[in-house]
Design a protein around this ligand. Structure first.
Ligand code: SF4
Ligand code: SF4
Length: 302
């Protein structure tokens, strides 16, 4: 099923220290509403069946996002909005926003939460937003961003005490988090297959990856093109037919690194996106992997 992360604007009302959206794409860029509507129609025609509104803080533009959600709903698309819940200061204000989005057919709300977000947003906002979703029958979950430090224990405990549905999500060490200290990892050898949701930025550039991929400025490996030059359908097709991308999806980044000569002991010391950057943001190694995509890598499956 085709899905996409849709960046209406990079503008945000807070400035989290760990923000992955910072730096790669200029801040305070916003699409024109009329352009966004045309793009939604193009995405629907290209059989995109799920849209996640993300980038900066989408609900700064609540009226616009509600209208876009409504268009998606009319086209039968599943919609999600990712938000920092700044608008949920009181239960009443939370209800105002939720009923509006729910009325337009929103499928799910994803509430961002972390010790960095909560320096700017009272954690009670997250509870107000979640309770309003429960009350109004809107699916939600809390995205608990963590670097697995002990500092996060009380933040996780709070979500449990409040009985909220949450999923831990690792910090991506890109954007502002690039300079963060890394805790040593204690995990097994992972395949690190990546589904690679494409990302349409407010600059109208499309990337094959919606997380750290837009930061690979050494090679621009994940940059698919700009919808001013090529249609969204063409760019989606490009993403789906690239054999190296498909190896990331199916073979996994660890196996690609092993193929490229990384030792197993080295591989387990990287986080997924960092290993990905090591492989695909270095021009010489990327060139070799692109040459091997249809040959050596193709036979590197178990
Ligand atoms: S992480 Fe989200 S809420 Fe925080 S600055 Fe970035 S876009 Fe805004
Ligand atoms: S591992 Fe690579 S493709 Fe997957 S999210 Fe990270 S940067 Fe993107």
């Amino acid at each position: 099923m085709r899905t996409i992360a849709f960046g209406y604007s990079t503008q945000c009302n807070i400035k989290c220290e760990h923000c992955v959206a910072a730096d790669a794409i200029p801040q305070n860029v916003k699409m024109e509403l009329v352009q966004a509507k045309e793009l939604i129609a193009d995405l629907a025609a290209a059989q995109v069946r799920g849209i996640s509104f993300t980038a900066g803080e989408p609900l700064i533009f609540l009226d616009d996002i509600a209208e876009l959600v409504g268009l998606c709903h009319d086209s039968g698309m599943y919609t999600r909005v990712v938000t920092n819940s700044f608008w949920a200061k009181t239960p009443e204000r939370a209800d105002g926003c939720i009923t509006k989005l729910k009325g337009k057919g929103l499928s799910q709300l994803r509430l961002s939460y972390s010790r960095w977000h909560q320096k700017n947003i009272d954690r009670q906002n997250i509870v107000n937003a979640a309770r309003s979703c429960q009350k109004n029958g809107l699916d939600y979950f809390v995205s608990f961003v963590t670097d697995f430090s002990e500092l996060d224990d009380t933040f996780e405990g709070y979500l449990r005490e409040e009985g909220l549905k949450f999923f831990p999500e690792p910090v991506i060490f890109a954007g502002r988090a690039h300079a963060f200290e890394r805790m040593p990892l204690h995990t097994d050898y992972q395949a690190n297959c990546c589904p690679m949701n494409p990302y349409l930025a407010p600059t109208l550039d499309m990337y094959a990856c919606c997380d750290a991929g837009s930061h690979f400025t050494g090679t621009h490996f994940f940059h698919l093109g700009n919808v001013k030059d090529r249609s969204v359908a063409e760019l989606l097709k490009k993403s789906e037919s690239n054999s190296l991308y498909n190896h990331i999806r199916n073979l996994g980044i660890s196996a690609i690194a092993s193929f490229a000569g990384f030792s197993a002991r080295d591989i387990v010391q990287y986080r997924k996106c960092e290993l990905c950057e090591k492989l695909f943001n270095a021009p010489e190694l990327l060139e070799r992997l692109e040459q091997e995509a249809a040959t050596g890598l193709k036979s590197w499956y178990r």
